[in-house]
Design a protein around this ligand. Structure first.
Ligand code: PNS
Length: 166
């Protein structure tokens, strides 16, 4: 008997300002678990980002070029509405430490209340990245610290370009 199965699509949402090796680690894990993982960059008009949404999309596409089941997109409005539009059954979030838990649990339960069919799946990054965040990368880089190994080489190059421009 041949079983046909619907493609299992996962959404990995976030700001990705910038993409870190912690994100890359989670995406690699997600790409092994799901048929397709969509990196969904939030268009947040309130925040003052370092990189524009278009720059973040272009960088992520370049980093994951050659990985056909990793897609990069942007969304605005409610994440759960975007997940449904994309026919996704899963939202992936990384959990680094206990401190992430409360906020993540609130979001997961709110999203479940809004749409119970979409499941939030938490994944832990490699322990080398448990302290890593986009905010810290930006701060360390802005103050002259070395971020090698914390972000993909392409992101490091883009940070240097921003540094020169600014
Ligand atoms: O990278 P971040 O900032 O941790 O990502 C947060 C994100 C994008 C997952 C969250 O802010 C979000 O889902 N925003 C979209 C608006 C929304 O759906 N809000 C209700 C969440 S329960």
């Amino acid at each position: 008997m041949t079983a046909t199965r619907k493609e299992r699509i996962a959404i990995y949402p976030g700001s990705f300002d910038p993409l870190t090796n912690g994100h890359v680690d989670i995406i690699a894990r997600g790409a092994r678990l799901f048929d397709r993982i969509v990196i969904a960059v939030l268009r947040n008009i309130e925040k003052q980002p370092l990189f524009s949404v278009e720059e973040r999309i272009a960088t992520a596409r370049e980093v994951f070029r050659g990985q056909p089941n990793v897609e990069v997109d942007a969304f605005d409005g409610l994440l759960i509405d975007y997940a449904r539009e994309r026919n996704a059954s899963v939202i992936v979030r990384g959990l680094r430490a206990v401190s992430d838990f409360e906020y993540e649990m609130q979001m997961a339960l709110m999203n479940r209340r809004l749409h119970p069919d979409v499941e939030t799946v938490f994944m832990m990054p490699a322990e080398t990245y448990t302290y890593l965040s986009s905010r810290l990368v930006k701060e360390v880089f802005a103050l002259g610290g070395d971020v090698t190994g914390l972000v993909p080489p392409l992101v490091e190059a883009r940070l240097r370009e921003k540094g020169r421009a600014g």
